[in-house]
Write a protein that binds this ligand. Sequence first.
Ligand SMILES: [Zn+2]
Length: 446
Amino acid sequence: MQLTHKIALCPTPEQVDYFKRACGTARRVWNWALSECNRQYAAGDRPNAMALKKQFNAIKYTDPQWLDENGRPWLRDIHRDAHAQPFAHLAKAWERFFADLKKGKEAHKPRFKKKGRCRDSFYVANDKFTLNGKTIRLPKIGEVAMTEELRFAGKILGATVSRTADRWFVAIQVEVPDAQFYRRRTSHGVNGVDLGIKAVATISSGEVIEAPKPLKAALRRLKIRSRRLSRKLEAAKKAAGFERRARLPEGTRLPVSNNRRKSAAALARLHARIANIRADFTHKLTTRLCRENQALVIEDLNVKGMLQNEKLARAISDVGFGMLRSQLEYKARRYGTQLTIADRRYPSSRLCSICGWKNEALTLSDRTWVCAQCGERHDRDLNAALNLKRLATVTALPVASPTSNGGAAAGMAPAVVGKVTPVRYDGGHQDTSGQEENRAHFCAHS
Ligand SMILES: [Zn+2]
């Protein structure tokens, strides 16, 4: 099983300079290879990134576009992993594109990387670096201090150095033994989780989880800093003779003042801080959910579709539902939690969790409603969570016992390890198997 540990680095200014050049190299090689691939694709061929790598290796120290102003091949200054890896990544990106195309899914061709807009990173193969406590020895630049030691023991597969705002990180991929991958659960609940706008998560146990407060404060600050930066940008446009709010012709480079640079850096740091707060929150929440439950049910939120709804978009991207879902998926595997993703059409908000009556008139603004059939008063989110919980028992549950939690303690292979089960909704609420048992359960509950 593979785990990745991302560790912050404390590089010297010279090392930062190398990192930047290595990222620039990786980006430039990607763009070179992509434009070749696009040419092959336009000519009706299937792009072959790995063949391009051979082609690139043949010219990289001689072709004029890869020589500096003194005619020296500057790629020699950068370790070769940084300029070899983009080909593998590109090959994967094309594979994904053709696979999606074949499946009839929305397919995206790989895109060019733009300085300042793309993620800055470069790769180092496992035989090219060594770890020694809180230092990592990287090719070309030697030892770089890390803020902590590698947490996992196992076979090291590779590392990626990347930048977020003005900080540098190394993400080390490790093949860990099963005993380290699987974690012990502390309890064995069965819960539905309604993800929402008002509360981030409402658990069928009745617990309501709100977004962290620092996030709201930081988002307010974000508005202020973005405004400051855009004022400086407008000023630069005006100084260059453009109209206010004018769209600049492609390729225009405005002079960057020191204040604008500082302002942009402050904004980037704040973005990174917000991302950290979000990630910290979702990590703690998803770990807890998986640690305490043997079965979880969430909705299959169509995040992309929801983002098109402007009003919802703000709130949704604030908590990062996409991140929440993917964390749940991989942690469910680690804790042996059965994760069920409810079908998109399952009307979890509209159904009465007591009697199954469907409230067709429910609107987004209704926070509570009364069932016309059984008279129960429902909190919208809790009711949805209870309906989701119902789906957990459609598929067989593993028996709740201390050793069923992935077998970490017993040292054996788990029976059900984080199986992700998509559940189809077939229209009727009454014909869901396990319904009788559920209803008895919920009646006793209320
Ligand atoms: Zn009812």
